[in-house]
Design a binder for this molecule. Structure first.
Ligand SMILES: [Fe+2]
Ligand SMILES: [Fe+2]
Length: 347
């Protein structure tokens, strides 16, 4: 953490302790220098309002995606074909809840409450990733989500481990390790199906056919149309553009699809010797915008289930709060009185 860009009421270290930074231009210069030097910005450091707002928007959207993303796969927990698969899927869905918790906690360090963020999700004022508005029609979809959706998430999130905002970057380190397990279990699941009966192979291929293009859309609109990208790159919240990350993902997936014995549903997909990357076909952005506007196959279902789960969980939150309050009173009773404190003050 940079000690030189604390909030105005916090004195600088050492001999300069008397010099309190009050001038906004100076604060901005110190912030810019810290970002340029690849230092982490921490919650108590001064930061521009727009930087804070961008982080809140991005971290909230990310947190919402984690918890909404539990739904499509949780649909299959009771129908997993073996105890082993069921245990793996339960662990994965539980991990996603954990990712939501790390991220809501990271957002809270920016001065917003979790209640406020959930309220914005439930009222449609904040978004979650459009990918989770697609249905999981067969068991193979669990594999395709792990391989492609978690795979795209890793490609997006590994650079976020170096994000300029400390709490977000640190949350991403653990999230990425767990996403890596998710991606592998999906790949392994698809491999088992691909090498299974002709019906199982066809099921795996069908899932990949349906999830491939929405996975490419996960990286967001093309760079030319991405409204937040440039500023986020300057602030080092983002390290690579949407199109760069999408290209990286395509290049990773092509050899993996070959090993799986599955075909990616794009007739234009081919290696471009000159560019040293794969060319791929045009993405149907009208579908992306339509799903984002709420017209995807499952938008309504996802939000309705989320709100229902939230309402039905009210008693758990109440009980947890009552338990915490009771124990904090209990701890207070047992804490030794400060020297000189009159006995009745601690009774
Ligand atoms: Fe996750
Ligand atoms: Fe995941």
């Amino acid at each position: 953490m940079a000690t030189a860009h604390k909030a105005p009421d916090v004195a600088r270290d050492g001999a300069a302790a008397a010099a309190v930074v009050t001038d906004i231009t100076e604060l901005e210069a110190v912030f810019d220098a810290a970002v340029a030097a690849d230092e982490r910005i921490e919650p108590r450091d001064w930061m521009p309002d727009a930087y804070r707002a961008t982080l809140v928007r991005q971290i909230a959207q990310h947190a919402h995606s984690e918890i909404i993303g539990m739904q499509p796969e949780a649909n299959w927990i009771t129908r997993a074909p073996s105890l082993r698969r069921k245990a793996i899927l339960m662990a994965k869905v539980q991990d996603e809840a954990g990712h939501g918790l790390y991220l809501y906690s990271a957002a809270e360090t920016l001065g917003v409450s979790r209640d406020e963020l959930l309220d914005k999700l439930h009222s449609g004022r904040q978004k979650y990733s459009s990918i989770f508005n697609y249905p999981t029609l067969t068991w193979a979809d669990v594999g395709a989500i792990g391989w492609l959706v978690d795979g795209a998430a890793i490609t997006n999130q590994v650079p976020l481990c170096r994000c300029s905002y400390g709490p977000y970057a640190r949350a991403m380190v653990r999230v990425c390790k767990e996403e890596s397990f998710h991606q592998r279990q999906g790949y392994e699941l698809l491999l088992a199906l691909s090498r299974g009966t002709p019906e199982q192979h066809a099921m795996a291929q069908d899932a990949v056919d349906r999830w491939w293009w929405p996975s490419l859309m996960m990286f967001g609109p093309p760079d030319a149309e991405s409204s937040h990208s440039e500023q986020s790159m300057t602030w080092k919240i983002k390290r690579h553009s949407n199109d760069e990350l999408r290209q990286r993902f395509v290049d990773i997936c092509v050899p993996q699809a070959e090993s799986l014995g599955l075909t990616l549903p794009d007739p234009d997909l081919r290696w471009n010797e000159e560019r040293g990357e794969h060319d791929f076909g045009p993405i149907d952005w009208s579908e992306f915008w339509s799903v984002l506007k709420g017209n995807g196959p499952c938008n309504e279902q996802r939000l309705t289930q989320r709100k229902q789960a939230h309402d039905e969980g009210a008693w758990v939150r109440d009980a947890a709060a009552a338990y915490a309050a009771k124990h904090s009173d209990h701890d207070k009773d047992r804490r030794p009185a400060a020297p000189g404190t009159p006995a009745e003050a601690t009774a």
